[in-house]
Design a protein around this ligand. Structure first.
Ligand code: HEC
Length: 73
């Protein structure tokens, strides 16, 4: 996944862990593939705010979700 997306492996790992630990607290975590890349860009900042996450964590989540989309479009 890191190779295909060009993203840093540690960032992807961090983003994945954050999605699992935070994004399923209020609702089922959404699959990366069910939302368009454009919509993820819109949704993640609001949801990261909901989850009380820092800007850097928000970026890691978005990077992870978009990378995962490339693997399973
Ligand atoms: C504090 C509770 C809370 C947390 C934490 C949370 N969400 Fe949400 N989420 C909501 C609520 C409430 C809605 C429905 C209302 C809305 O769209 O704002 C929602 C809706 C969504 C939707 C659908 C949006 C749409 O417009 O259809 C997506 C996708 C989503 N969340 C992703 C995430 C992701 C990714 C994270 C982790 C960064 C996350 N959520 C964390 C409360 C939360």
């Amino acid at each position: 996944m890191a190779q295909k997306s060009g993203a840093n492996l540690a960032t992807l790992d961090h983003g994945h862990a954050l999605v699992l630990s935070h994004c399923g607290r209020c609702h089922e975590p959404q699959m990366p593939s069910t939302i368009s890349a454009a919509d993820w860009h819109t949704v993640v900042p609001g949801m990261a705010w909901n989850a009380g996450l820092a800007k850097a964590d928000e970026k890691a989540i978005l990077t992870y979700l978009l990378a995962a989309k490339k693997i399973a479009p």
